[in-house]
Design a protein around this ligand. Structure first.
Ligand SMILES: Cc1cc2nc3c(=O)[nH]c(=O)nc-3n(C[C@H](O)[C@H](O)[C@H](O)COP(=O)(O)OP(=O)(O)OC[C@H]3O[C@@H](n4cnc5c(N)ncnc54)[C@H](O)[C@@H]3O)c2cc1C
Ligand code: FES
Ligand code: FES
Length: 486
């Protein structure tokens, strides 16, 4: 058992003890490591100014250092803007930013350069890849054209890859326990140790990717007396396919990052893959997890509507053993879970909806990229000879929890597949929910969405219509979900 965390910053080993372990990585880099090139602007994962590259078990990936705690970095290799240049030679993306006038005040520039250096490692770039790869980086002064030009015009073909310059850290297989000023942080290497720690304390916060928890710390003054990280438990890294009673399902361990899950399901659950493409930003998906999205219990969590209509199950482990809970029974009220004090979520079982079913997922938000949903929906339907044999519908953002729509579902059963049917179903949907008004949308707006999304589903699923407000460069994927206004 260690009482410090260790990691590499630009190839140099750091061992951190005591108070500094509880700092954000961005503050540690700036205040303790003298790496002030990393900037902090929003401190909530929204702007990417603080982007650094982190490599744990796989490749380097861009992350927001402002919402990561130092504790989470044990066993990683980190590259900051100071480590991008190769000795005295600027990295090609740095030179290209100069040549293409990609910087004015410069505050966003280190974050852009780090994200672009990572993108360039992935092979030849085109405008679509650059735009998608930079959705987590905002610039307030230069404008994006010159930055995108800089990425496209940088020639990295003869530049050594960052993973060849900066090694990986060998995991020493030790748990980490750090106590400081009444706070305790524990990162065990086994599920049994994690359960024991949680069962012995009244208030334990599980820290996974920290993309929710990190924002509470920075913006709501949240401070956990006891923090439990599951990151070092290799048994929770599972990402695999399983056949069970004729049903294909994806097994997703608690540690599986959204970006890994997204790649894994690209051809298995393309609709959910499309939703994940507009989930946060690459920086958020590279640390955030599916299990974190489930356990955070937000009624507007983007993955939940699919999990509801697919019939996902959540595996919980506690002192009395493991149990499986159907996802629609996991939520007992706003942010209230069927999770005992000693329990942790270990895995999610995510069924693949049969190809014979029609499935559409919707995320409605003010912007397409890097925005939290105002409303979400999943509609799954089976039709036989022009009649609806069965429908499963889940809405998010209209109640304290994601909800199934049983009245609409039973109305649709046996009806002909026609716009009249879906318009009538929309009128019923309006009666079945009672949304509130908040910053993301008024009650009336959400009611209208509940109604209109069913007609939109009809057009998306049963006609050739293309949603008019999906940008041209995103239509080629053929998906119908994403940032749409119903
Ligand atoms: C800039 C930004 C953009 C975002 N965009 C989106 C978006 O587009 N769509 C969306 O749905 N969300 C979004 N989020 C929210 C967040 O990224 C997701 O909810 C993410 O999936 C959380 O995963 P995590 O691993 O980071 O969770 P954490 O922050 O580590 O944890 C979240 C919650 O789950 C609990 N928890 C985590 N793991 C376990 C476990 N194994 N057992 C029990 N409890 C556990 C934690 O204690 C905490 O209460 C965004 C967040 C930010 C900062
Ligand atoms: S400072 Fe804005 S994402 Fe970190
Ligand atoms: S150059 Fe000023 S914020 Fe981007």
């Amino acid at each position: 058992m260690r009482d410090f965390v260790q990691f590499l910053v630009n190839g140099r080993e750091h061992q951190v003890r005591g108070r500094s372990v509880f700092k954000t990585l961005a503050n540690y880099l700036r205040e303790d490591a003298g790496a002030t090139g990393t900037k902090v602007v929003c401190a909530e994962g929204d702007c990417g100014a603080c982007t650094v590259l982190v490599r744990r078990r796989g490749e380097f990936a861009p992350v927001n250092s402002c919402i990561l705690s130092v504790a989470q970095l044990d066993g990683t290799s980190i590259v900051t803007i100071e480590g991008i240049a190769n000795g005295p030679s600027l990295h090609p993306v740095q030179q290209s930013m100069i040549d293409n006038h990609g910087s004015q005040c410069g505050y966003c520039t280190p974050g852009f350069v780090v994200a672009m250096a990572d993108l360039a490692e992935g092979g030849p770039l085109d405008a679509q890849k650059v735009r998608a790869g930079l959705t987590g980086n905002l610039c307030r002064c230069t404008g994006y054209d010159s930055i995108i030009d800089a990425a496209l015009k940088s020639d990295c073909s003869s530049t050594p890859r960052l993973c060849s310059r900066y090694g990986r850290v060998e995991d020493d297989g030790q748990s980490v326990l750090i106590e400081d000023g009444g706070r305790v942080y524990f990162a065990p290497v086994s599920i049994a140790e994690a359960i024991r720690f949680k069962s012995e304390r009244a208030r334990v916060t599980i820290l996974n990717g920290g993309t929710d928890v990190g924002v509470w710390v920075n913006k709501r003054g949240f401070s956990a007396p006891a923090t439990l990280s599951l990151t070092k438990i290799r048994a929770l890294d599972d990402l695999s396919v399983e056949e069970s009673a004729g049903q294909t399902q994806i097994v997703v361990g608690a540690n599986v990052r959204l970006s890994a899950f997204q790649s894994f399901i690209e051809h298995r659950i393309p609709e959910l893959h499309s939703i994940l493409a507009i989930f946060g930003s690459p920086q958020i998906r590279n640390v955030g997890t599916l299990v974190g999205n489930i356990a955070n219990a937000s009624p507007i969590a983007d993955t939940l509507p699919y999990l509801f209509v697919a019939g996902a199950r959540i595996e919980l482990a506690g002192t009395k053993g493991s149990r499986l809970v159907p996802i629609d029974r996991f939520y007992l009220g706003y942010k209230k879970l069927d999770l005992a004090q000693d329990e942790i979520v270990t895995r999610a079982f995510v069924p693949v909806v049969a190809a014979s079913d029609v499935l559409k997922l919707y995320k409605v938000s003010r912007r397409t990229d890097l925005d939290i949903s105002a409303f979400t929906a999943a509609i799954r339907m089976r039709q036989i000879d022009g009649r609806i044999a069965g429908a499963t519908i889940a809405y998010g953002g209209v109640a304290p929890v994601v909800m199934r729509m049983p009245k609409v579902e039973s109305f649709l059963k046996g009806k002909p597949v026609s716009i009249e049917t879906f318009e009538a179903a929309g009128a019923i949907a309006r009666q079945e929910v009672s949304p509130i008004s908040d910053v993301r949308g008024s009650r009336e707006y959400r009611l209208q969405l509940c109604e209109n999304i069913l007609s939109k589903f009809f057009f998306d699923a049963f006609t050739e219509a293309v949603p008019i407000d999906v940008p041209m460069d995103r239509r080629s994927s053929g998906r119908s979900s994403g940032g749409v206004t119903a």
